[in-house]
Design a protein around this ligand. Structure first.
Ligand code: ZN
Ligand code: ZN
Length: 295
């Protein structure tokens, strides 16, 4: 029996991708922290472009992780990698000329967690996603990559389904990638189950996949007993079960106040992963990390 969450363990709310006036964000680091603290966040990671922003004088209750965003240019796509909780060695070891895999390796060497940012916005191919080794997670939703800010490719679900159907299955986060602070902040986040609100516990939970991505809808439990994937959630309008099987008659649950849904896995159809998506009455979504079906 696989269960994604531990009953009774607290969830902490956080945004792992945002910018400040240290690069191209419109709020100072101090004001950005305050904006998220006022909105009830427990932790954030500031990920300025090729800069490691820290706020040593901050003494509030929110956990502020130092991060960075590295970007690389290919002929028909870009690759952006955020590094969560990196130490200052990243500034000496990451260099655009060495390419994205060396950037991922530099983030890991700096004690951080590498995450592929906004793959749909970047026009990444599934081959590109498969070629990047040792990623901790991929952004399934990047808030600023939608109107009115930057086109309409915020949602990478379809791309990540194709990647997963071809064998590259990643855990997924939702982020704001806040730049403008006129509505692109405090919208898309993760809820993470950790013992305490410390860098060690939060990064450990990120590595273990003890979290889900959301714009608001709450997941209570996702489980797999070897035959059926089940989800318990706060009242929802839709529950969707995505997998590598293009057609399944029973993959859309729709109704008023759904709090439980189930999906029977078909091993005879070589179903290899299941991704649960929950949607509330306002169209806001939550994405569980994919469950890999063992054979
Ligand atoms: Zn980016
Ligand atoms: Zn960014």
């Amino acid at each position: 029996m696989v269960t994604m969450f531990e009953a009774g363990k607290p969830f902490f709310k956080g945004n792992l991708h945002m910018h400040t006036t240290n690069t191209d964000g419109r709020l100072s680091p101090e004001d950005a922290i305050q904006r998220y603290a006022d909105a009830g966040y427990d932790f954030i990671c500031i990920t300025d472009h090729w800069k490691r922003t820290t706020v040593p004088d901050y003494s509030g209750r929110m956990l502020v992780l130092p991060g960075i965003e590295l970007d690389y240019f290919l002929a028909s796509q870009v690759i952006h990698i955020i590094g969560i909780n990196v130490d200052e060695s990243i500034l000496d070891t990451a260099d655009r000329k060495w390419g994205p895999q060396r950037g991922i390796d530099a983030i890991l060497a700096a004690g951080g967690l590498p995450v592929l940012a906004h793959p749909a916005w970047s026009l990444n191919t599934t081959e590109t996603i498969a070629s990047l080794m040792r990623l901790t997670a991929v952004e399934i939703f990047n808030g600023v990559s939608r109107p009115p800010w930057n086109g309409d490719r915020a949602d990478s679900t379809c791309l990540l389904d194709i990647a997963a159907a071809n064998g590259t299955v990643h855990n997924t986060i939702a982020v704001d990638d806040a730049h403008h602070y006129n509505g692109d902040e405090c919208h898309s986040f993760i809820r993470i189950q950790a013992n305490e609100l410390t860098p060690e516990d939060v990064t450990d939970a990120l590595k273990r996949g003890a979290y889900y991505a959301t714009q608001g809808p709450e997941l209570i439990q996702v489980s797999f007993d070897g035959d059926t994937v089940r989800v318990d959630c706060a009242p929802a309008r839709r529950v969707l079960f995505h997998s590598n099987r293009p057609y399944a008659a029973d993959r859309c649950w729709e109704g008023e106040g759904i709090t439980h849904a189930a999906y029977q896995v078909r091993r005879d159809w070589c179903e290899s992963f299941v991704r649960v998506i929950v949607e509330d009455e306002n169209g806001l979504r939550a994405w569980a990390n994919p469950i890999t079906i063992p054979y």
